[in-house]
Write a protein that binds this ligand. Structure first.
Ligand SMILES: [Zn+2]
Ligand SMILES: [Zn+2]
Length: 519
């Protein structure tokens, strides 16, 4: 053990170093499994360096870390090389990893076997623990570390002796510089109303390009009221968010996670803890819904019908049963062929009488594929806070538009007793004979307005003004659900568009309930 002391409180001590070598064998290209590699972390460490290397043609492995208290400390979506190098300290960490106490005991490397050649893959895990003044410092980028070190050591000598410190070039906390000049106050504000947001976004904590600061800033500039942070299989974006509170006036950022499994992706919206992503069976998925609920969240299936092999092997939702989920992302990114298919699937389920909320999500990664807030999910909430937004989603008080600007939709259904209902509400057939449906739509001129029931296209109207209004009486015996769509259709009489028509907006239904409704 070498303790290197520097002037005025600087110190650097290597406490332990361990190497674990092993081999995973022949489960093939569609391996879909995980192995755990345990390693012991000694007492007195506040800075942990982890290096994971593997070889073998056709091998692709991914790395996560669980600490000795069984808490997730990281998932490395960005680590695509065969040599993965990350660090976790008390105050800072590689993106995707959770800073905090380096608790002594048995930690586990969670190795995802994406692809294993028939000759197997050899791996080598090297872990080095330090006790150092660096452990209590936040780093914004490698240069920041170097400039702090350069004040107290000869960098060249230090680098030769402890090369691992310089091996990690990415640092999670990067909200400095200009960002802090925009310092603002996050607060719950506003009364009841429709709030616009994006339920599906990625940052550098998984495979997105933007830091959390950049993403929040962009969301403000796009005019969104809320976003949910849904990085793949990690919660470090949520722990960073805790530090960030106070920096984004008017924008509500809600913790979340995209539970990314081999069999589909599920957004856990509004969770207060990590959700295990190692799911294989139908039962595992049922338990996943329970786990998300017990973490206070909403369980929403993402892009259920998107690209399949060879583009994205695990993206479509293979367990085609969504009845226990709270929501499904029928609109992912720009409207394209797959969304028609998702919309069709969801419509079939709600037509059978199940309550699953249709939502949208941009799946924004910072690239050109999708823009933040396209689509925008509008949620009716009593107040702009996480509980209000999550409750609105659970209740189906949601409509989706192609952009944050709109169109702005208002739907009212007044029954024969004078009660007023809106999107997501249930009207009991036993107490209402008919409803007076009133719809107003702003900013959708030249598009087509459609009223849909569970089994047919009830009405088609061309929108001739930017302040369009429609009113008609509907017998409740004629429909089990009523929902609105706005778009440009090749065949507007088709209940679900079969190809990539231009959809501008769609609402969740107002439900007409009977005794036979299944909930
Ligand atoms: Zn996904
Ligand atoms: Zn995603």
């Amino acid at each position: 053990m070498v303790l290197v002391c520097f002037m005025s409180g600087w110190f650097f001590e290597k406490v332990f170093e361990r190497v674990v070598e092993g081999r995973v064998v022949g489960c093939g290209r569609l391996c879909n499994d995980f192995v755990e590699v345990p390693f012991v972390v000694a007492e007195g460490v506040n800075f942990l360096y982890i290096e994971f290397e593997y070889d073998g043609a056709g091998c692709r492995l991914m790395l996560g870390l669980m600490d000795s208290t069984d808490s997730l400390r990281g998932w490395c979506s960005r680590c695509t090389d065969k040599r993965i190098r990350v660090f976790i300290s008390r105050s800072s960490a590689t993106p995707g990893h959770v800073p905090g106490d380096i608790v002594a005991g048995v930690w586990r490397a969670i190795v995802r076997l994406d692809s294993v050649s028939k000759d197997g893959c050899n791996y080598r895990l090297r872990v080095v623990g330090y006790n150092t003044a660096l452990g209590d410092m936040e780093f914004d980028y490698l240069g920041d570390v170097l400039s702090k070190l350069a004040k107290v050591v000869n960098l060249q000598e230090f680098g030769l002796r402890y090369p691992e410190i310089f091996a990690v070039s990415e640092f999670a906390h990067s909200c400095s510089g200009n960002w802090f000049e925009e310092r603002r106050t996050l607060h719950s504000h506003g009364g009841s109303g429709w709030y616009r947001g994006d339920l599906h976004v990625h940052t550098v904590h998984s495979d997105g390009r933007n830091t959390l600061c950049e993403l929040l800033s962009l969301a403000v500039s796009r005019g969104l009221d809320f976003i949910v942070l849904t990085d793949h299989n990690t919660i470090s974006q949520n722990t960073e968010l805790v530090k960030m509170r106070g920096f984004c006036r008017g924008l509500l950022a809600i913790p979340g996670m995209e539970v990314t499994t081999f069999y589909g992706h599920v957004n856990a919206l509004g969770i207060d803890r990590y959700i295990d992503f190692r799911r294989k069976s139908r039962e595992d998925f049922e338990k996943l819904v329970d786990d998300i609920h017990s973490a206070g969240g909403v369980a929403s299936i993402n892009h259920p019908t998107i690209f399949r092999e060879p583009f994205c092997r695990d993206c479509p939702f293979r367990y085609r049963d969504l009845r226990r989920f709270d929501a499904v992302e029928v609109w992912n990114g720009p409207w394209h062929l797959f969304n028609n298919e998702s919309l069709s699937w969801w419509h079939t389920i709600v037509a059978e009488g199940y309550r699953v909320t249709a939502v949208g999500g941009s799946d924004y990664h910072g690239s050109n594929l999708a823009r933040l807030g396209e689509p925008t999910t509008w949620v009716y909430a009593e107040s702009l806070n996480p509980e209000g937004i999550l409750r609105g989603i659970r209740m189906g008080r949601v409509f989706i538009t192609h952009r944050p600007e709109g169109p702005i939709i208002e739907v009212k259904a007044i029954d024969n007793s004078g009660r007023v209902h809106t999107i997501g509400d249930e009207i009991a057939e036993s107490v209402a004979k008919w409803i007076e449906l009133e719809v107003s739509i702003e900013m959708a001129k030249k598009y087509t307005f459609r009223i849909l029931t569970e089994r047919n296209v009830h009405k088609i109207v061309d929108i001739d003004s930017n302040e369009f209004k429609h009113r008609e009486r509907i017998d409740v015996r004629d429909a089990k659900l009523i929902r609105i769509e706005i778009g440009k259709y090749r065949n507007p009489h088709e209940l679900i568009p079969q190809n990539s028509d231009d959809i501008l907006a769609l609402t969740n239904p107002i439900y007409i309930t009977t005794e036979s409704l299944t909930l």
